[in-house]
Design a protein around this ligand. Structure first.
Ligand code: KDG
Ligand code: MG
Length: 401
């Protein structure tokens, strides 16, 4: 079953996506998401100029061997561009294997470990009251777990807050610059969660994303202040390049911690996992080497009672979402999956077998991943360069967005 053709499809239905399509000599094809928000064309070139020539003529059934060829054979290891490209190939090969064996990918990964995949939605508002209303709307839609973000007094643009309509941080033109101040943020977040706990059932799972803004000791202070409100998790409390820095946060708080959406390999998180410095690992199929590498991360995490909680924002295409759901349904130590519904234009281009009901998702039972791309529809939405925003402190110092 030789790989006979490979193509990169770049399109912008609602936002930009890069998709790899591999086809075998028998006419089977598989899809892999290759989207790296704000740096999309680097991955497209990596695939077209350097990876595709290596794939033509290879046996599509040898997923692990091709993974190792692309990882070890490049000499230059890891990094988001390389690992996103490898992920796209890996995901497309799992899709092909499922179609060849007439089975949904989760059946190839050991079968279902649960009936469905618990997902969390994104509630947000400029004020605490607006966020409470947004949480109520999510509950009406069936969500059992909700991430809550609210505006910070004195700051005009805050991560995670929609300014009218759908939240989508990447924008055309040069990167938008926002201002950040930690103290007002540290004051408002405990007030938000106190209000949420007063208004909603204790059964509702509540999550919050700090988005890498705090120092370890500030994160420890926030985690402690949130303890009475029993969060499901506090996400990315501090940038995690220095894995040991989480020891300090951990010494001070029992609020569960989730990290890893920007990680691209097991080497970014092995210390966090082995020292049990986190509770949830948020690596995701598209940015962390595909389904094959994600299974290795999950296996290490299982040994240390760390559960998975994969990133699932709208910049991860429906192809990644499908792959994530097959992974989530099958791994034993699954925790939760992020779910941000895609724009209607995205749904027109990518048709999928996965479904949402009562706060849970299921990948469906179509062979392979269960996702199709309509290339004619995609052609109506050309790629347009877009950047994620940047953030500076009030005195102009560059900060983490
Ligand atoms: O591309 C960046 C987004 O995916 C990221 O900002 C979203 O932090 C995020 C999340 O938790 O979904
Ligand atoms: Mg996040």
């Amino acid at each position: 079953m030789k790989i006979a053709d490979a193509r990169v499809i770049t399109c912008g239905p609602g936002r930009n996506f890069v998709t790899l399509r591999l086809e075998t000599e028998d006419g089977l094809y598989g899809l892999g998401d290759a989207t790296l928000n704000g740096r999309e064309l680097a991955v497209a070139s990596y695939l077209e100029d350097h990876v595709i020539p290596l794939l033509i003529g290879r046996d599509a059934r040898r997923i692990e061997d091709i993974w190792q060829l692309l990882y070890k054979g490049a000499y230059w290891r890891r990094g988001p561009v390389t690992m996103t490209a490898i992920a796209a190939v890996d995901t497309a090969l799992w899709d092909i294997k499922g179609k060849a064996l007439n089975a949904p990918v989760y059946q190839l990964l050991g079968g279902a470990s649960r009936d469905g995949v618990l997902v969390y939605g994104h509630a947000n508002g400029d004020t605490i009251d607006a966020t409470l209303e947004s949480v109520a709307r999510h509950i009406e839609q069936g969500y059992r777990a909700v991430r809550a973000q609210c505006g910070v007094p004195g700051l005009s643009k805050v991560y995670g807050i929609a300014s009218g309509g759908r939240y989508e941080p990447a924008a055309a033109g040069l990167p938008e610059e926002s201002r950040w101040s930690t103290e007002p943020y540290l004051r408002i977040v405990p007030q938000l969660f106190e209000a949420l706990r007063q208004h909603f059932s204790p059964e509702l799972h509540l999550l919050h994303d700090v988005h890498h803004r705090l120092s370890p000791i500030e994160a420890a202070r926030l985690g402690k202040a949130l303890e009475p409100h029993h969060l499901f998790w506090l996400e990315d409390p501090t940038p995690a390049e220095n894995q040991a820095s989480f020891r300090l946060i951990r010494q001070h708080t029992t609020t569960p911690l989730a990290v890893g959406e920007v990680f691209n390999s097991i080497y970014d998180c092995h210390q966090l996992i082995q020292e049990q410095l986190i509770d949830y690992i948020r690596t995701t199929v598209v940015h962390a080497g595909g389904i094959s590498h994600m299974r290795k991360v999950a296996a290490l995490a299982e040994l240390h009672q760390v559960r998975t909680g994969s990133h699932g924002a709208t910049d991860l295409s429906p192809v990644c979402m499908a792959a994530a759901l097959h992974f989530d349904l099958s791994v034993h130590n699954f925790g939760i999956q992020e779910h941000m519904p895609h724009a209607p234009e995205t749904e027109r281009v990518f048709r999928h077998a996965y479904t949402f009901a009562d706060g849970m998702m299921h990948p469906g039972d179509a062979p392979g991943l269960g996702v199709e791309i309509d290339e004619t529809a995609a052609a109506a939405f050309p790629y347009k360069r877009a950047y994620l925003p940047t953030a500076r402190l009030l005195d102009g110092t560059m900060h983490s967005w």
